[in-house]
Design a protein around this ligand. Sequence first.
Ligand code: NAD
Length: 446
Amino acid sequence: MRVSVIGCGHLGIPHAAAMAHLGHQVIGVDTDPSKISALNSGQAPIYEAGLSDLLAKHTASGDLKFTLSLQEAAESADVHFLAVGTPIDSDGRSYDTGQVFGAVRELAPHLTRPCTIMGKSTVTVGTTKRLTELVQRLAPAGDAVDVVWNPEFLREGHAIDDTLRPDRIIAGVTSDRAERTVREVYGPIIDSGVPLFVMTPETAELTKGAANTFLGLKISYINAVADMCTAAGADVAQLVEALGIDPRIGHGGMRPGIGYGGGCLPKDVRAFTASAAQLGVDHAETLLLAAEAVNDRRPQDAVQLVAAALDRNLSGAKIAMLGAAFKAGTNDVRESPALAVAGLLHQRGARVTVHDPVAIPTASRRHPELEYSNHIADAVIDADVLVIGTEWPQYQEINPEALAHLAASPTAVDFRNILDRDRWTAAGWTVHSVGRPTTARVERHA
Ligand code: NAD
C-alpha cells in the first residue's frame, strides 16, 4: 500500500521504517528541514536499535522517502498515519493537540480521493470525532475519508521490534470500510497472530491513556512500597520477586527507582487524570493524583539520598552521574529522572559529571550547566559518589575494583538497583540502593 507517516519523531521514524519493511511504499513528513534531509540520506536523528539499518536499506531502495510537503503526501498515499507530538498544554494538565489539528487542517484540503487517516498519537477522548468533523468540512473527498484511531504502544528502546511484533493492534473505527483498511495495512502482522481489537474511537483513545496510566500507577505503587521498605529496614528487591510471581500482579514495571519519565508516561498520566476530572469521575482523579504525587517527589527524595550517602557537604562535592537517558536503549532525555536529579544536585552546589552511552548530545542541549564525559572512568575520577541514574546494561559490566581506585570515596548510590552489591562491596564500595538496606564496604586489613 502507499502510506504516509506524518510527524517523524520517536514514534514516526520507527513506524515509517517498519511500514517500509512490511512492503509498503512510505513517505514520511515533518516540518523540520534538517530532520528531513538527514532521513533522506538514511541517517536516523534518534537512537533505536535496528533503526539505522532499516532506514539505510529502504531509503536506498526508494521504498521510503521523506518530505516537508503534506500536499505531496496527500497525492502519493492512501493511508495517512498521524504521528505528530501531543505535548502537555500550558495548563500543565491536558494535551496540546495543536500539532494534530494543525497537520490535519493542512492535509485535508489535498485529500481529493478516498483514503484513511490513522491517528497514532496519544490524544484525549473525543479527538477522533472532532477530527472527523474537520476532515469532512475541509477535504474535497468528504465522507470518503475515514478517520481511525490506532494508538501506538511501542516502548522506546524497542521501537522497531514493538512496531513489527506488537502485543496487540487497536483499531478505533466507525465503519467496516475503515476496519478493512486497518486489516490490510497491518496484514502481515495480523497474519502472524498478533490480536486485533476493533472498537469505537472513544474506547481506543481511552485504552491508550488507561494503559500508560496503569504503568505509572504500578511504578508509583512499587516506589511507595520501596520507601516503606527503607523505613522498615526491609528489602524491596526480595519483596518484588515474591510479589510479582502472582500472575494477577506480574513482575513487569515493578522496578523501584527514581520514578517514571520520558516523553509519554508523565504527560499521559497527567492528561488521563485531567480527563477523569472532565468526565466527572472524581474518585478516578483522586486515585491518579496520588500516583502523580509519588512520582513528582522522587527526584527531591533522590537528592536527599545522595546527600545522606556523602561523608561531606553536597556543596562542592564531585558526583559521577551514570546515565542521562530516561531509560536504557534510547537517547531520549525528555523528563529524564536521571537528568532531573543531576540538575537538582548541581543547583545544590555539587559538581556533576554525566556519562551516557548515547544521550550526551541530547542531554547537553537541555542541561548545558552540567559536565559530560564519554568515558565512565573519566566521570568517576575523584568523585565523592557514583550515582546510577539509568539502567544501561553496560553499567552492570563495570569493574568495581578498577573504579574504586579512581574515586575519591568508593560510595555508590544505585537508583536503578542494577549493581551486583556483593561484588561492589567486596571491591571496597558502600552501595546505597532504593528500598534496600545499604551494604557497607568490606574493610581491608594489610
Ligand atoms: P516527537 O516530538 O518525537 O515527534 C513529533 C514530530 O512531529 C516532530 O518531529 C515534529 O516536528 C513533527 N510535527 C509537528 N507538527 C507537524 C506537522 N504539521 N506536520 C508534520 N510533522 C509535524 O514525539 P513522539 O515521541 O514521536 O510522539 C508522537 C506521539 O506519539 C505523541 O502523541 C506520543 O504521546 C505518542 N506516542 C509516543 C511513543 C514514544 O515512544 N515516543 C509511544 C507511543 C505513543
